[in-house]
Design a protein around this ligand. Sequence first.
Ligand code: NAP
Length: 277
Amino acid sequence: MKIGIIGLGLIGGSLGLDLSEQGFQVVGVSRRQTTCDIAVSMGVVSAASLDFEILAGVELLFMATPIGAISATIKAVIPYLSPDTIITDVASVKQPIVEEITPLYPNFVGGHPMAGTADQGIEAALRHLFQDTPYVLTPTDSTPLEAMEKVKQIVNILGSKLYFATPEQHDQAVALISHAPVMISAALIETCCGNSELLELAQNLASTGFRDTSRVGGGNPELGAMMAQYNRNAVLFALNQYQQNLAQVISYIEQENWPSLTRFLADSQLHRPSFLS
Ligand code: NAP
């Protein structure tokens, strides 16, 4: 099978590495020629170009550009594809993409691999990034079954754990576990860096705990901003819920209400393992 990838960065590049390794013929399109050259030299794709013509004959096309470029890029690439080509995307937000693309190109399956690192660009691409990580597909009533089956097959080949959700449910759930945590973690980093008198000592003392809690706040800023822009209502809902919980914690400490604070922390200690299991 010939597979195309548009957007040869962290996610597109990582998909290309694994799919090429599995024996698929993978070709890519990116914005810069240097990225195309690096992708070929890394073995991400067998050929890459700035020109959509390289995608002739692809059976499956992954859209892996930044969220804000997906709709315009799909509109521009449609004339280069056979109507049999299945398009799937990897964007971290689903409802606006699925709503816009489905009427334009019915042979489309929305998707989101829940895997990443703090890095970006083709050099950040990693083998087996999607192994044992969740991969959500967000079909609608009009998604063709054959297209779904093909994308499911590829997700299984990547070694991911397959899940299904509506685009709306997906966006609400990822706001809680991914998009809001990016904002919360970024705010924590800024809180630490804003304390100039203690900065050096705090930096020296920061160890594994701070590494864990600050990791997602130290990632790609454009991606974080697009999560908030394209999933605004769900991100605001999650952050408001978080703010209420934080206000509760602040009030326990102000009132020196140690039993209630202990109960709050005991609940979170109890809930974390079952949430993550
Ligand atoms: P990234 O590393 O910045 O890669 C995106 C690549 O797309 C860039 O390297 C750029 O390549 C290329 N590009 C930008 N505009 C383009 C255009 N108009 N046409 C063709 N190529 C274009 O970002 P990423 O983290 O891989 O994110 C890509 C998608 O994956 C996003 O939709 C994001 O929501 C989704 N996602 C990200 C993560 C994550 O943790 N990072 C996880 C899951 C899903 P050039 O070098 O050629 O400019």
